[in-house]
Design a binder for this molecule. Sequence first.
Ligand SMILES: [Zn+2]
Length: 268
Amino acid sequence: MSRKFAAFIATGVALVVVAGALLVLALGHERQPHPTAASSQPAPPPSAGTPSTTPSGEPTDTPSNNAPPSTPRNPAADPTASLVKGKNKKVLFFSFDDGPDPYWTPKVLETLAKHNAHATFFELGNMQAAHPGLREQVLASGNAIGSHSISHPQLTAISDAERHRQIFDGPKSTCFRPPYGASNPKVRKDIKDAGMVQVLWDVDPRDWARPGVNAIVQNIMNNARNHNIILMHDGGGDRTQTVAALDKALTLLAAKGYSFLAMDCKQP
Ligand SMILES: [Zn+2]
């Protein structure tokens, strides 16, 4: 083979490699969740006051799909990090938003206990005030509580003073999950100044939309990876499907070797 020919071949191979790398980069970029997806998409109008039990007052924590919304979790301030670090165990973190609800929260607690599982409940200040005793019941059974604001507004769309109130005067915890996953630098600063860390989620099986028990279970089974946070709801409406799906998913996931822990959210 002549030198010229060899050089020609080498150049061709190099070009193919470079083009391939660029294509991979471009595709990878497409798959990245938009960093401000949660806050830039039009969230449904927040229901006034506490989430009602009517279908119209349905709170929706994420408008889209299973992509993690907004910011990546900061490992240093991650309430799951200390629980999985250096351990080989397969662990998932179930979380329940928009409660406590006098009917559904005890049903979720019962289902968790049946499977020797624990979870984290991101509660609303208004719901805690309206249903005294449930907060204590959640904690007494070994679960954790985070704040989900007072009344579930979209924190990126309200005044500075109201955002501050919703974050500082909500349920007491070191963990905070913004309603709809809607966050921005101002929200994150308030959360930090209030002594909390922002906690989002990895898997959203869309239980709030009541897509059917099997759809919720399948979504969890298809998407949950070791150490993931799974978003579900114990408030905001009829949670029959959520409770049934939780029961099924815990059975299937336990068979795959998973255990289920509450996050490290403290009650200051
Ligand atoms: Zn919510």
